[in-house]
Design a protein around this ligand. Structure first.
Ligand code: AMP
Ligand code: MG
Length: 399
C-alpha cells in the first residue's frame, strides 16, 4: 500500500495548471493571480503630507514660537504653484503634495493662525510628517505575485496600479457525485435504512473554498449502469469527485466502473486513517477522486488529497494545507500502522498552540467533526503520544 506522501506526489505530478483568463477587478475576489502585479507609479506619487498643518522650512522653526507668513493653501487633489522660501509657510492637508522649497510639516494642533501669519509653537525637524515619494513602492516594483490569492487587501493593490482587469487562473470545473442506494435528498425524511446525503454539500463547499467551480450531480444508487451514466455525464469536467462505493463490499463499484470505462487508476488504497480506500484515476483530460463515504473520511481525504489537486490546477503557490507544531493537550493513543489524521480542536494556551483530539464516535460522526479546526497527524510508527508532547497539526482553516 502506498504512503500518503507517495499518493500526494502522484496527484501533484499528474494534474497541471489550467491556464489563465482575464476578469474585471470587481469579479476577481478569491481568484488566484496568473500574472505578477507591477506598480505603474511610485507610491506615494509625490512627497506627501501626513498631517493637516503647515508646510514650511524646518530651519525657520528651530527656536519656537516662530511666526511665518502664510502664502497659500493646498487641499488634497491640488498642487501649490509657487515655492516656499525662508520665513513662509503654506497651509496643507493630509494627502496633499509638499510644495517646492518646504522640507517639513507641522501639525495644526501646535500652531495658531490669524489667516495672514501662522505661529508654530513646537520645534520642527526636517522631513517631519512627510511620506517621501516612492517610499512605499517604486514604479516597476512587483507588488503581488502570480499564484497569490486575491483577497480584499490585494484589491487595493490592483486598483492603485490600474488593473481594471487582471489575469487569473482558470477555475477547475468540478462535478460532485454521491453514490449510495441508502441516500436520500436533503428535503426528504429518511425512512428505514435510508440516510440523507450530506457528503455532496461538504465536498462542494470545500472545493468551492479551494477555488473551484462546482456542479452538483446528485445521488447515484449502487448500480454499475447508473454509476457509468453519472461518470459519463461528468466527463466534460476537469475533476470528478465521488463519495462512497470504494470499500471492499459487494456494492462498492466505483473503482470497477472506472476501470470498465477505460480510466487509468493511479491508486485505490492509501496508508491513511481514516480514508484508506481513496481512489485516484484519470480518463482523457478528466481526473477522478473516489472518496470513501463515511463523512469524516470524506472530509479528511478531501483536505489531504483533493484540495492540493485543485490548488495545483489553479497554479497556487501553496497546494497543501499548512501544518504547525502544537502541544498535545492529553495522551493520544493510536494503534494504526497507517498515518492517522485525528480530528482535533486547536486553541492557544499559555501562548502555545495546543491541540485536543475530539471525542467522537469514529469516521461517521460528522456532528463531532464540526468542532474540528485541525487534524493531528500521527506518523505510521507512532502509537502513543504523551500529554504535552510536540505534535504535527494540519490546520483546516488556513490563513
Ligand atoms: P461507503 O463508503 O459507501 O461504504 O459508505 C460508508 C458510510 O458512509 C455508510 O454508512 C454510508 O451510509 C455513509 N455515506 C455514504 N455516502 C454518504 C453521503 N453522501 N452522505 C452521508 N453519508 C454517506
Ligand atoms: Mg456505499
Amino acid at each position: 500500500m502506498i504512503t500518503v506522501d507517495q499518493a500526494l506526489a502522484i496527484v501533484l505530478a499528474s494534474v497541471e495548471p489550467l491556464g489563465s483568463e482575464s476578469v474585471r477587478i470587481d469579479q476577481a475576489l478569491g481568484r488566484v493571480l496568473a500574472e505578477d502585479i507591477v506598480a505603474d507609479c511610485d507610491l506615494p506619487p509625490f512627497d506627501r503630507a501626513r498631517m493637516d498643518g503647515y508646510a514650511l522650512i524646518a530651519a525657520d522653526v528651530v527656536d519656537t514660537p516662530a511666526t511665518l507668513s502664510l502664502i497659500g493653501e493646498i487641499p488634497a487633489g491640488q498642487s501649490f504653484e509657487g515655492t516656499v522660501s525662508r520665513g513662509n509657510a503654506v497651509k496643507i492637508f493630509t494627502g496633499a503634495p509638499i510644495p517646492l522649497g518646504a522640507n517639513a510639516v507641522q501639525k495644526v494642533e501646535v500652531t495658531e493662525s490669524d489667516g495672514a501669519t501662522v505661529t508654530i509653537k513646537e520645534r520642527t525637524e526636517p522631513g517631519q510628517f512627510i511620506t517621501p515619494r516612492a517610499s512605499e513602492v517604486k514604479s516597476g516594483d512587483t507588488a503581488a505575485r502570480k499564484g497569490e490569492a486575491i483577497g480584499p487587501a490585494v484589491m487595493a493593490v490592483l486598483a492603485s496600479f490600474g488593473y481594471s482587469s487582471v489575469r487569473v487562473a482558470i477555475q477547475p470545473k468540478i462535478a460532485v457525485i454521491s453514490t449510495g442506494s441508502e441516500l436520500v435528498e436533503v428535503a426528504q425524511k429518511p425512512v428505514g435504512a435510508q440516510i440523507r446525503n450530506s457528503n455532496t454539500f461538504t465536498i462542494a463547499s470545500y472545493a468551492s473554498q479551494a477555488g473551484a467551480r462546482i456542479e452538483i450531480l446528485g445521488i447515484v444508487p449502487d448500480r454499475s449502469e447508473d454509476i457509468v451514466k453519472a461518470l459519463e455525464a461528468a466527463a466534460s469536467h476537469d475533476l470528478v469527485i465521488t463519495s462512497g462505493g470504494v470499500s471492499m463490499g459487494d456494492y462498492d463499484l466505483v473503482k470497477a466502473v472506472l476501470l470498465e470505462m477505460g480510466a487509468n487508476v493511479s491508486f485505490d488504497k492509501v496508508s491513511i486513517r481514516p480514508g484508506k480506500p481513496t481512489v485516484f484515476a484519470r480518463r482523457e483530460r478528466t481526473y477522478f477522486f473516489g472518496l470513501p463515504g463515511n463523512p469524516v473520511s470524506t472530509s479528511v481525504t478531501f483536505n489531504v488529497f483533493v484540495r492540493p489537486a485543485i490548488r495545483k490546477m489553479l497554479g497556487a503557490q501553496k497546494t497543501t494545507l499548512p501544518t504547525v507544531t502544537a502541544r498535545a493537550s492529553c495522551e493520544i493513543r493510536d494503534g494504526s500502522t497507517r498515518r492517522s489524521y485525528l480530528p482535533a480542536r486547536a486553541f492557544i494556551s499559555d501562548k502555545q498552540m495546543t491541540a485536543e483530539p475530539l471525542k467522537w464516535g469514529g469516521s461517521s460522526d460528522f456532528v463531532a467533526f464540526m468542532n474540528a479546526n485541525g487534524l493531528i497527524v500521527v506518523p505510521e510508527d507512532v502509537h502513543l503520544i504523551p500529554a504535552g508532547s510536540d505534535i504535527e497539526l494540519m490546520l483546516l482553516n488556513p490563513f
